[in-house]
Design a protein around this ligand. Structure first.
Ligand code: CS2
Ligand code: MG
Length: 410
């Protein structure tokens, strides 16, 4: 073992600058630190306990250089496999160890992953509006800020609260789905109204902004396969960049039906955790983009395995980058995005400015592209003093009920 690379401490840090984040900090005997994102929206404390109570004791004294072996120890060694809590905990350890390794090498992480395959990482921003005029304003704000690809979501007439729609349209993505409080907020849902409205929304944005602007849309797991097939077909004239999470995709075979009916590109995966969750989707080429995040799929090691498998089938990356991915998770994703060949696009939902008080990150945005920066490691540091000002508060994602009260997928 290289002198000084034994793990001396493993700390679980919880802070809530505008929203909750769980961060893992690993320090070696010679004082090199690495950070990993362990945030699982609405279930934060279960990952914190998993790490603190069950993982940290296993890591103390082991060699921080042995990333693959540590990953296998945590995956195989738990006996209980997969699932978001386990894979988020493994991700946090994995990213922290990659951060340490890259710092010791004196290189930004992407250099250790094979070096840059492109100059920057194309991102998409979030536009939304209470009505179509407000949506257009939101798109305009993002294009003037330099965004070159935009996700569009708007309130559906007749439904009170809709996924992805900010109460105010600010351009900076102010939509934060997790609501503080001990109880999840309930929202209403009506798929028929939604299916009628979304093509109108695309038509109006295409009419206003032309044919070229890449437009994305998130269905947030709310459709049945035949409904998703219908929507995919209806959107074809507007050439969406992708339709995201059209069905709850833990039933991977369901995507066969959607695929048979539409050429609208499909993106899936933010709630998935391992390559096994994508096996049928990728092997049968039922999707075009893998939407997983570094933070929920076992880190750089786990997500790279998924992306490499996807590359064999012409499926590209489209990493999740919502506000519940901390700057640590975001930075890790950017290093991977820059390095892999089958990169597609990266979500960039900008954090509240308070987040930058706790996480100091080296990544930069210019002309629609993010770059992870060239600091050794992943390029993020954690400010303990600032973090102490923002105590954890329980916060939950909303739940959705149909008009007759039936629980629906949110
Ligand atoms: C979303 C997220 O960004 C997205 O595509 O689907 O906003 C998602 O709802 C949250 O990350 C859940 O934690
Ligand atoms: Mg989504």
């Amino acid at each position: 073992m290289t002198a000084g690379t034994r793990i001396r401490s493993v700390e679980v840090l919880i802070s809530s600058p505008s929203r909750n984040f769980v961060t893992l900090r690993i320090t070696t005997e010679d004082g090199v630190t690495g950070l990993g994102d362990a945030t699982l929206n609405g279930r934060e404390l279960s990952v914190a306990s998993y790490l603190r109570d069950h993982v940290a004791p296993l890591l103390i004294g082991t060699d921080a250089h042995r990333i693959e072996d540590t990953w296998q120890l945590l995956y195989r060694g738990a006996y209980w496999r997969r699932g978001p809590v386990t894979m988020t905990a493994i991700a946090a350890v994995d990213v922290a160890l990659w951060d340490i390794k890259a710092k010791r090498a004196g290189m930004p992480l992407y250099q250790l992953l094979g070096g840059a395959s492109r100059e920057g990482v194309l991102v998409y921003g979030h536009a939304s509006g209470r009505d179509l005029a407000a949506l257009h304003d939101s798109v305009r704000t993002l294009t003037s800020a330099g965004f070159q690809a935009i996700r569009i979501q708007a309130a559906v007439p007749g439904i009170t609260t809709v996924y992805g729609v900010s109460k105010v349209s600010t351009g900076r993505s102010s939509y934060e789905p997790a609501g503080r409080g001990a109880l999840a907020v309930e929202s209403g849902w009506d798929t028929d109204r939604y299916l009628r409205f979304v093509p109108e929304m695309f038509a109006s944005v295409r009419e206003e902004f032309g044919a070229e602007l890449p437009l994305l849309h998130d269905g947030h797991h709310r459709m049945t396969p035949i409904q998703a097939a219908r929507l995919g077909k209806d959107l074809e004239p507007y050439r969406p960049f992708w339709l995201e999470d059209c069905t709850p995709a833990e039933n991977q075979e369901a995507l066969r039906l959607v695929r048979q009916h539409t050429t609208t590109p499909l993106a899936i995966g933010e709630v998935m955790n391992t390559v096994w969750d994508f096996q049928t989707l990728i092997r049968e080429q039922l999707i075009d983009y893998v939407r997983a995040s570094v933070a929920h799929t076992g880190g750089i090691t786990g997500l790279r395995r998924i992306f490499d498998y996807a590359a064999l089938y012409g499926v590209r990356s489209g990493s999740h980058g919502a506000t519940d991915i901390s700057p640590v998770g975001m930075a890790a994703a950017l290093h991977l995005d820059l390095a892999i060949n089958n990169f597609g696009i990266q979500e960039y939902m900008q954090h509240d400015p308070l987040v930058a008080e706790v996480f100091h990150s080296a990544y930069t945005f210019e002309g629609g592209y993010l770059h992870p920066g060239d600091e050794p490691g992943i390029g993020v540091s954690y400010d303990d003093d600032a973090a102490a000002r923002f105590a954890y508060e329980p916060a939950y994602l909303p739940v959705a009920r149909r008009v007759d009260g039936t629980m629906h997928d949110w």
